[in-house]
Ligand binder design. Sequence first.
Ligand SMILES: Cc1ncc(COP(=O)(O)O)c(C=O)c1O
Length: 387
Amino acid sequence: MTVSQQFNDHLLALWNDAALKTPAFVYDEKAIREKLAILASFRQASGCRILYSLKALSFSDLLAEIAAFVDGFSVSSAFESRLADEVLGGRGSIHLTSPGIRPADLELIAKHCRYVSFNSLSQWHHYHLALAHLRCGLRVNPALSFAGDERYDPCRPASKLGVPMSLLGDGKALPAGLSGLHIHSNCESRDLGELVASMDQLINSNPELFHRVEWLNLGGGYLFDQLSDLAPLDDRLRQLQQDYDLEVFFEPGKAIVGTAGYLVASVIDLFESGDRTIAVVDTTINHLPEVFEYQYRPLVLQESSQGKYRYRIAGASCLSGDLFGDYYFDHELTIGSKVIIANVGAYMMVKANMFNGINLPAIYALDESGRIRLEKEFDYSHYRGRL
Ligand SMILES: Cc1ncc(COP(=O)(O)O)c(C=O)c1O
């Protein structure tokens, strides 16, 4: 197979465009619009509201595009709330939940947010008066685990995320002044039955709870974009809204941007070591930190399981574990060959760092017609400015 046959027409520019400087983080506007369209019809059918969770990817030009298709943004910190407000400019609402609200954050949160979900009863006691003009809610923990890896599981035993149901008694113990509840209890799930089970768990353990609030934020953690049928959930949500007269929100992140990001790198060195050919690229796992944190093997677009050329793709930093993995290719890599890593739209660019003084990837947009547009480049001043 030729390399261009491995890409569809839309992605060819990642391979062919000579103006694209590597390393490059490229976000795909067409893919993001497609995901937003899926969520728009879900929103229409279910009657719930969709917020975009800024933490997944918060490049501001992109946020401005997403803003037009959602009911607001969800944020995790005072800084994110300020950014969200700058982008939204008063259109849509800003919802915050965080286990880490500090007194110093209150001014920004009070100014920029419309909804806040306290992570604990003690945070509620400390801060609700200062934030009384917001719609205040409580993050609750259904304590029903689905995520296989504890590091991703908001419902792990002795979780730090959300108030355990046992502390809320029969629902009458909900502090006065709270108007909503927040649940975020899963990670990258493709099974909406798990969401229904989490809601049932709350209702069964505390039948009064939903009657006592006006809104319910069901968080993120579900890959709506990869589910073939959202209809069973539509019905359930409509019923929930009817039974309890609730305004229901979702705040997906990865479902909107996860598959819409690419990291394009170039091979800068090739040599033999032990039984492997090492291909060093001009990027590093520090540009995709979750690869190292969670030790997963990213998807390289040109990988070919039948390929006869095997390389260990290695990052450019001094860390011996700065490795993307071993991959087979149909074609020999040479100095300058591109290596394109897919599905890195969420939780990558936002976590990328300049360890070793290696510059961050430039940011490009791939537009609907398959053209690439440079959005932002980094240089020594960005590196120096943080030190
Ligand atoms: C409270 C909350 N809401 C929403 C999200 C977005 O989740 P996802 O990107 O998996 O949809 C997260 C992710 O960690 C979260 O913690």
